[in-house]
Design a protein around this ligand. Structure first.
Ligand code: F6R
Length: 243
């Protein structure tokens, strides 16, 4: 894993530039996308670069990591809605080329999502955030490293972390559909971003813990092409030698 400790705005710029370079080199590339707070700055930077005519997303294909079970595509808390609002509505991507697991017709995504990604040529670049408990996508601690797209019961800590997006904690869905760890590890390149002090413990464990299913992100150490971008707060427990 290659580590970069940078200011948040430089992380957003650098990651957006990597995506733009990839798209310009391979216009029909496949991007794996995340939701949540972490990638918002990168998406903003991509919209700006599109507006500056630096890139076209016309032929790009995207696959999102996850979706809440039970939320319709138009529900304002759904990740379908999030992706349209924060990225897809502002760039020239063909919505038919964008994919988010279906939280209503769950069976469809369970059967076909990994197969679809494979048929599209596999994910060229996967963007990841990290949960404070070390989850990647919604693969909570204890998830099998060989998992493909599946349904998960969200942990109490994830429900609490994500309740900030809802009016009350009771509204947070208790289940999600998520790409599995193996689905993520199949990506050719992975970029994980961690911002803020509340990610510091998870980032410390990512570098210091052994590879184990009760800390899902630890599997990334076995992937040949991973970049970790942290701001100074998220990197605060990392020893000088790793930085
Ligand atoms: C979202 C996802 C999650 C988040 C993680 C961090 O698609 O896969 O793993 O990346 O929960 O969330 P934020 O970015 O809101 O801190």
């Amino acid at each position: 894993m290659k580590l970069f400790v940078l200011k948040e705005k430089d992380i957003n710029e650098k990651v957006a530039n990597e995506i733009v370079s990839l798209v310009n080199e391979k216009p029909s590339c496949v991007l794996g996308l995340a939701t949540g707070s972490t990638p918002l700055g990168v998406y903003k930077a991509l919209i700006q670069k599109y507006a500056n005519n630096e890139v076209s997303f016309k032929n790009v294909h995207t696959y999102n990591l996850d979706e809440y079970v039970g939320l319709s595509l138009n529900d304002k808390q759904s990740y379908h809605y999030y992706m349209k609002k924060v990225l897809f509505d502002h760039i020239d991507i063909d919505l038919n080329n964008t994919h988010v697991p279906n939280g209503v017709d769950v069976d469809k995504s369970l059967k076909g999502y990994d197969e679809e990604i494979k048929n599209a040529g596999g994910i060229d670049l996967q963007i990841l955030g990290i949960g404070s408990n070390g989850h990647i996508a919604f693969n909570e601690p204890g998830t099998s490293f060989s998992s493909l797209t599946h349904i998960v019961n969200l942990n109490k800590s994830t429900i609490e972390d994500n309740s900030r997006f809802f009016t009350s904690i009771d509204e947070v869905p208790k289940q999600a559909i998520t790409m599995g760890i193996s689905s993520i590890m199949n990506a050719k390149k992975i970029i994980l971003i961690a911002l803020g002090e509340h990610k510091a413990e998870a980032i410390k464990r990512l570098f210091q813990d052994s590879i184990r299913e009760d800390f899902p992100a630890s599997i990334l150490k076995t992937h040949p092409n991973v970049e970790i971008y942290c701001d100074a707060l998220a990197a605060k427990y990392l020893k000088q030698e790793v930085k």
